[in-house]
Design a protein around this ligand. Structure first.
Ligand SMILES: [Zn+2]
Length: 490
């Protein structure tokens, strides 16, 4: 072997997810420092390689780490607490918790949540997340100390929260100053106007200015998620949501829009022309279907138009899952049910789980596939097991059948974080205790109770009295006024 190696995985089934989707039946992956230096057929010398980690890949599969391209980490301790609530109850309770998170009074819960999310995503082969939180500052250290890669930014909204815009902008700036490119570059900052229904034109314009001022940051938002998205955009002086973003200079290749549930053909074309990306989050909408008549995210059309579409688990504590492989399966099942069979082939779903998520975040040249020169973010799965027998159609097995329990080893930036099922950078027992004490404290200091049979939140009427008023009142009056105008001028 030429040059030094830190990790050599030999005799494995290697799933590269490169441009040709190449597989090596008996392949080797070599890592030196943080970089993949070779991906090829195994040579006898590989088995005797002089490297810190020589992994016998016989009966194992190696693939790129999974990219969770849209999520929120800070409320992870609420796993199990929202899953059985009615949507209105859930929305009220979550809004109240968000508001408390923003003030910093729940930083202990956000920190514990980020640590818990990291431990569980790592176990399931997720190596990168893109998270929007009220208090990313409280999340980053707990997450990053595990060695995972992540994009973080504070959600900015003036029609959802009552907090002064200037203060929100200042929080964004100080977050970027403190955390962008931190942890050896594994942690990067994002600019996150929260969504296209709770941001005023003034704030969109501020975000346009900030995007120009910070040209290296992705712009992460929720787009075309609700029936009211375009109505609010019109009240904001745009022809529709995407036109508004174009007006303020944000419809470009840095834009990462989660959802696109209500996207029409023209939206698909404009997104493709702009080079913007989309993140599809099927489970959260399957769980919390706001309107059974609403169409489904037109992922095949977006991909046909050349848009990179990643997958996101979104609010994993609503639908109680850390399983990113499961998002690929859910994407297929939901699309087939809502539209018709054969919306995807398995290779496309595998690409969405890895390289397209990476491209959506602007790092497709660094991660997302196993190719020489790329950062070594990879996962090793147990493969020669009854579950994957016969091994017919590797991609179909991965996107329809694989799960977190199949992941044995996880490497990020050339560092082994999970080694044959053992955590090397974090003690999961310590994280468990931290989460349990955080939830105990929250229970003592609030009117919530959590038990083995579910959660009992405080009275919704009482909670509603404490919710932000000014922002939401402006939002509702805008929707009412614009809907009336739309009716008159139709
Ligand atoms: Zn979201």
């Amino acid at each position: 072997m030429n040059g030094h190696a830190d990790i050599v995985i030999h005799d494995a089934l290697v799933v590269t997810v490169d441009d040709q989707n190449r597989l090596f039946r008996n392949g080797t992956v070599v890592v030196a420092d943080d970089t993949i230096t070779a991906v090829r057929e195994t040579r006898p010398a590989d088995r005797r390689a002089d490297a810190g980690h020589v992994i016998d890949g016989d009966g194992r599969l190696v693939m790129p780490g999974l990219v969770n391209a849209h999520t929120h980490l800070e409320m992870t301790p609420f796993f199990g607490a929202f899953g059985d609530m009615q949507p209105a109850e859930m929305a009220t309770q979550m809004t109240a918790v968000f508001d408390a998170l923003w003030t910093g009074e729940l930083d202990y819960l956000a920190e514990a949540g980020a640590a818990l999310a990291a431990v569980n995503f790592l176990r399931g082969g997720v190596t990168t997340v893109n998270s929007m939180d009220a208090r990313p500052r409280a999340c980053v250290d707990a997450y990053a100390e595990t060695g995972l890669r992540g994009f973080f930014g504070p959600g900015l909204s003036d029609l959802f929260w009552d907090h002064p815009v200037a203060e929100q902008v200042e929080r964004f700036r100080s977050f970027v100053a403190d955390y962008h490119e931190s942890y050896d570059g594994r942690i990067r900052a994002t600019l996150c106007p929260h969504d296209d229904w709770s941001v005023s034109r003034e704030l969109w314009e501020r975000c346009g200015d900030l995007a120009a001022e910070y040209p290296e940051l992705p712009v992460h938002t929720h787009l075309l998620e609700l029936e009211y998205s375009d109505v609010i955009a019109r009240s904001n002086g745009g022809a529709d949501s995407l036109a508004l973003l174009e007006d303020v200079g944000l419809l470009d290749d840095r834009l990462v829009g989660a959802h696109y549930l209500t996207a029409e053909d023209a939206d698909v074309d404009r997104t493709a022309e702009a080079g913007a990306s989309v993140v599809h989050c099927p489970s959260v909408f399957c769980h919390w279907n706001p309107d059974s008549d609403v169409q489904w995210t037109p992922v095949p059309e977006l991909r046909d138009a050349g848009v990179d579409v990643g997958l996101g688990i979104d609010d994993h504590y609503w639908h109680d899952s850390y399983d990113m492989f499961g998002e690929a399966r859910q994407a297929r099942l939901a699309a087939n049910l809502k539209r018709s069979a054969n919306q995807y082939d398995s290779v496309e779903l595998l690409r969405m789980l890895t390289i397209e998520g990476a491209r959506a975040l602007g790092v497709g040249d660094e991660i997302g596939s196993l190719e020489p020169g790329k950062r070594a973010d990879l996962v090793v799965l147990e493969w020669d097991v009854p579950k994957f027998t016969p091994p017919t159609n590797v991609s179909a097995q991965l996107v329809g059948n694989a799960g977190p329990g199949d992941v044995e080893t996880v490497v990020v930036d050339g560092r082994v974080l999970l080694d044959r099922g053992t955590y090397r950078t974090v003690d999961p027992g310590v994280v468990q205790s931290r989460v349990e004490s955080a939830l105990d404290r929250f229970e003592r200091e609030s009117d919530w109770t959590f038990s083995l049979t579910g959660s009992d939140p405080p009275s919704r009427t009482e909670v509603a009295k404490q919710l932000p008023k000014r922002g939401p009142a402006r939002m509702l009056s805008r929707i009412a006024l614009q809907s009336a105008k739309d009716t008159v001028f139709r």
